[in-house]
Design a protein. Sequence first.
Length: 499
Amino acid sequence: MKKTLSLILALSTGCAFAQSASESGASAPYTPTWVARHYLQWLADQQSLPVLTTQWPLPSGAVAQSLSGLSSTSSGANSAALAFVQNELALVQGKGSVQLQARNHSQALVGFSEDYSNGSNASLRSAEWLVGQADGVSFAGRIGIRAESNASAIPDHSNFSPEGSAAVLGFGGWNAQVFAHQFYWGPGWQSSLVNGHNSPAWQGVGLQRGTIKQSDSPWLAWMGPWNFDVFVAKAQDPLVVANQHQGYLFSGTRLTIKPKPWLEVGFSRGMQSGGTGRPGGVSSFVKAFFGQQVNKEPTDTFEDTSAQIAGYDMRVRCPLKWGSCAAYTQWMGEDAAGKIPLPFKFMSLWGVENTYADGRYRVFAEYANTNVYSLPWDKKPSFPGYVNHVYQQGYTNGGRWVGASQGSGATLTTLGWMDAANMQMAKLYFGRIGTSVGVYTPAIELPHGSMWGLSAQQTVLWKGASITPELAYTRFARDASLVGGQRSSLRAGVAVVIR
C-alpha cells in the first residue's frame, strides 16, 4: 500500500540538496494572530509577497526574510499591512509575554488562532534567543509554559505544559527542533480537517525547512516558495473509554508549495501509532510511516500498525481585475488501499473569501463536512470520519478533536466577518453536529444535532497590553441529543496579553 507521503518525501529529499549557502539560520516557530494572517494574505494576493499562508507555524526568520523584500516598495494600505505584521513579528521575537484568560466552562467552536480551552488558563513565553552561526550551524529557542483548567474531555481536569517552548538547531537550510506548539494546516479560517487549533500543543521532535524561498535548483524552481515539516509527538491522551490504546504517537507531515502567485497547494498527513496494547517500537513505527500493514482486511493476518488520514488542499486567488477574492478547498481521507497510491474516502472543506476597503475587511463563507465520501460526486454512502476501530478515543489529543472542532460526522457552514483595523471578528454558524463540539468521550453522549451559533471578539490596546473580550453562543434544535436538557450554551471570556 503506497502513501501520499511518497510524493512528499521525494520532493523534499530532492530539495534538500538544492539549498544555497546563504540560507537564514535557525529561528523559533511563528504562528500569527488572525489579524497578522489576514494582512499576510492581503500582501500575498496584492503584492505577490512570497509567503505561505496555509501552513503554520513557519520559522519566524523565514517570514521576516520574506517581508524584507517589500519594505522599500510598499505604500498606502500595503505599507500599513506590512508594518502591522513586522511589528507583531518583532514583538514575538524580541519580547516575552504573559497571557491570562478567564472563561466559564462551556464548549464552543474553535477557529484559526482561537484558544481551545473551555476554562481559564495562563501562559508565559520568553523572547526568542539566537546563537550565531558557526560552520553553518546555528541555534535558536524560546521557553514557554501554560497552565489550564477543564480543557479536556475529563471534567475538572487541569494541565500544565511547556506550550510555546522550542529548541531549534539550524543546519544546511533545515531546522531540527524539539517543541511544544500547535499546528494549523490548511486554507480554512474556521476549520482545518487535519491539524488545527482545537487541541493542546503537540510536544515532540521534528524537521522543518528553515526558509520558504523558492529553490535555487532549476529542476525544482517550479514549486515556487515552499516549506516541508515532519514531526513525531506524544499525545496527551486521557483515558476516556475502556480498553483504550492510550499514549499513542502522532506523526504529522506537511508539504506546501506556491507554484504561482495566485495558487498555493498543500499535501498533509496525520498518523496515530503505538499506544498501550498496540504494536510498538522503531520497526512498527517505520512500517506505519511508510504505509505498511495498514487498512487490515478480514483475510489479513497482521495487526494494523496505525490509523492515518492524508489529503490535499488548495487556495486559488481570483484574477486581480476581479478584485481581492479567492476560493479554497481541503480534502482529507483515509490513505489508499490497493494499487492506486492516493487517499480516498474524503472529508471535505470548501470556502470563498473577499477582502475590501484596501485590505481592512475580510469576509468568508466556509462549509466543512466531516463525513467521509463527502465530495459532491461521491456515490457511496457517507459515514462519520475521525473515528476508527483501532483508536477508540478517535482522532484526538487531550480528549479534543485534532482536526475540525465540530468533530466527527458534522456539516458546518461558517459566515465570517473581520475588521483588521479595529481587530474585530464575528462569525455565524449553522449546520449539524454529528457527535460533539470540541471534546470527544465515546462513553458519554454530548449535545449534538441541528444547531446554529454566533461568536464575536474584539482586541483593545491599553497601556502596552492587549485585551480581548469574547462571546460565543450555541443553540441546538429540539431534536438534538441533550445532556440535562440543555439546548443552548453561552461562553464568555476575556484574554489579556502583556509584553
